[in-house]
Write a protein that binds this ligand. Structure first.
Ligand SMILES: [Zn+2]
Length: 431
C-alpha cells in the first residue's frame, strides 16, 4: 500500500478501489467483490492482481518462470469465446419487429453454455457482416443476453450469403414491410400476429410492468391458443369459471389468478405506461414520462419537442413516442384498458411535493455521505420537490457527492453541473 500511496502523492492516477487486506480469506472476499461489480465499472477488467506488500517476503516467496509468487492474478471467467454460427433466425418482437439472432454450436462462455446469441437488429447484423457458417466471437457479460461480437475473418465459406430478413412473418405469414427510414423490418399484422400477441402479453404481465403472479409465459401461450384472450385487455375479463376449464387449472389457482389480475389494476401509471410496451420505452423512460406528464392524455397531446424535454429522452426517441402513442392500435388498447380500470394518471398521493426549493430540479446522488443514509438523502430531495435520477446528463441540476463518488462526479465536472456536499444539500433544501 505504501508504494501505491506514494505514487498517488506524486500525482499518478491510482485506482481508488485499491485496498489493503489481511489474510487469504479477506483477499478472496475482495476478489469476489470485484468480480460482482465488474459489469458496473466503466472500464473493462478480466481479473484482479493480488500483491504481497511486505517487501521482505518477496525474496523468500520467489519467482516461478517469469511469474513472481508475490504478485498473482485472480482471473475472472472469460466472457468471450469462439464458435460456429449455424445460421441466423428471426424472432418476432412484441411490436412486430423482426429481431435476428444467431443459432450457435454450443460453447462455454462466462460460466454457462450458450447456443443462441442476439444480433440486435438488421443494422447491427449488416455492420458486423456475420454470415451462416461463420466462425464467430461470442460475448457474455453478467446477466446480459449473449451477443455475437464479430466473425473471424477470413471466412472459410467465401460464398456464404448475407442473411436477409424474411419476406413473410415467420409467425403468421403476413408479408413483412420495412418502413421508410426505419432500421427494422416488421410484421404489420399487429392485431392478428400470434407471436406479437404472445410477446406483448409476456411483457405486460412481467415483474416491472403489471406483475401478475400466476400468469407467466406458458399460461399466456395457452390462453392465447385457446382464444381465452386475444390481447392484454382481455386479461381483465378472465373469470374463475372460464379459467377452471383450462387444463391443469384448479379452483385455487383460478381464484388466485383472478385476484392477482384484479390487484394489478392498482399499479401506478408509470408501470402501466411501461406495460404498454411502446418501442424504445423502457422502465426508466416510462417513469420519467409519467412523472413529467402525469396523465396519458397529456402525453398523447404533447408534440415531440415537449416530450424531448423529459429527462433521458432525445429528439429521435421523442418522435418515436409520439408516433407510437398516436398509433390507432395503441390508442384503442389504451381506451380498452382505461375501461378495465387501469391507472392512466399519476395518483395525487404519489406526486412530488410542489412549491419546494427543488421543484422541477433533478438531483444525482453519488458516493456515501457522512451522516445521511441514501434513503434519507433521497427523501430530503423529494420532500423539497426535487427528483432523483441515476445518471448525470446535461439536464441534471445538482450532483450531491460524498466519499468515493466515482464516474458520476467526473461527468458532473465535465458538464459543469453544480456539485454539492451533504452540508450544501441540507442548506439547499432548507431554503
Ligand atoms: Zn406476424
Amino acid at each position: 500500500m505504501a508504494e501505491v500511496e506514494w505514487l498517488q502523492e506524486q500525482g499518478f492516477k491510482v485506482n481508488p478501489d485499491t485496498a489493503h487486506h489481511q489474510g487469504v480469506d479477506e483477499v478472496v472476499r475482495r476478489c469476489r467483490w470485484w468480480e460482482d461489480r465488474r459489469e458496473a465499472l466503466d472500464y473493462e477488467i478480466d481479473g484482479v492482481v493480488v500483491k504481497v506488500d511486505e517487501k521482505a517476503l518477496w525474496g523468500e516467496l520467489g519467482v516461478v518462470g517469469r511469474e513472481p509468487r508475490w504478485a498473482i492474478a485472480w482471473k475472472f471467467a472469460p466472457t468471450t469465446a469462439t464458435t460456429t454460427m449455424k445460421k441466423v433466425v428471426w424472432n418476432v418482437g412484441r411490436t412486430g419487429h423482426l429481431v435476428p439472432f444467431a443459432m450457435l454450436e454450443p460453447v462455454h462462455v462466462g460460466g454457462v453454455t450458450v447456443s443462441t446469441a442476439t444480433l440486435h437488429n438488421e443494422e447491427d447484423l449488416a455492420r458486423k457482416d456475420v454470415r451462416d457458417g461463420d466462425e464467430v466471437v461470442v460475448m457474455r457479460a453478467g446477466d446480459v443476453i449473449p451477443q455475437v461480437v464479430s466473425p473471424k475473418l477470413p471466412r472459410k465459406n467465401k460464398s456464404a450469403r448475407k442473411p436477409k430478413p424474411p419476406r413473410k412473418c415467420p409467425a403468421c405469414g403476413t408479408p413483412t414491410v420495412k418502413p421508410e427510414g426505419g432500421v427494422w423490418t416488421i410484421c404489420p399484422n399487429r392485431s392478428g400476429c400470434p407471436e406479437q400477441a404472445w410477446q406483448h402479453v409476456k411483457h405486460f404481465v412481467s415483474k416491472g410492468a403489471m406483475d401478475i403472479e400466476g400468469l407467466g409465459e406458458k399460461q399466456a401461450a395457452v390462453f392465447l391458443d385457446l382464444g381465452l384472450i386475444t390481447d392484454v385487455a382481455d386479461i381483465y375479463d378472465l373469470t374463475e369459471e372460464r379459467l377452471v376449464e383450462v387444463d391443469r387449472f384448479g379452483e385455487t389457482s383460478a381464484r388466485n389468478l383472478v385476484a392477482a389480475i384484479d390487484q394489478s389494476r392498482r399499479r401506478p401509471f408509470k408501470r402501466v405506461l411501461y406495460a404498454l410496451g411502446l418501442p424504445g420505452v423502457g422502465y426508466v423512460t416510462a417513469e420519467a414520462l409519467a412523472d413529467h406528464f402525469g396523465d396519458i392524455d397529456l402525453l398523447y397531446d404533447a408534440d415531440p419537442d415537449a416530450i424531448a424535454e423529459v429527462e433521458g429522452v432525445g429528439p429521435i426517441m421523442a418522435e418515436q413516442i409520439t408516433e407510437s402513442i398516436r398509433d390507432d392500435a395503441t390508442w384503442d388498447l389504451v381506451k380498452k384498458l382505461k375501461e378495465k380500470g387501469l391507472q392512466f394518471k399519476v395518483d395525487p398521493s404519489e406526486q412530488r411535493a410542489t412549491g419546494g426549493p427543488l421543484e422541477g430540479k433533478t438531483v444525482v446522488l453519488t458516493g456515501s455521505l457522512p451522516a445521511l443514509t441514501r434513503g434519507r438523502a433521497e427523501a430530503l430531495v423529494k420532500d423539497a420537490g426535487g427528483k432523483i435520477v441515476n445518471s448525470v446528463s446535461k439536464k441534471t441540476d445538482y450532483v450531491v457527492a460524498g466519499e468515493k463518488p466515482g464516474s458520476k462526479l467526473e461527468k458532473a465536472e465535465k458538464y459543469g453541473t453544480e456539485i454539492l456536499d451533504e452540508a450544501g444539500l441540507k442548506a439547499l433544501v432548507a431554503q
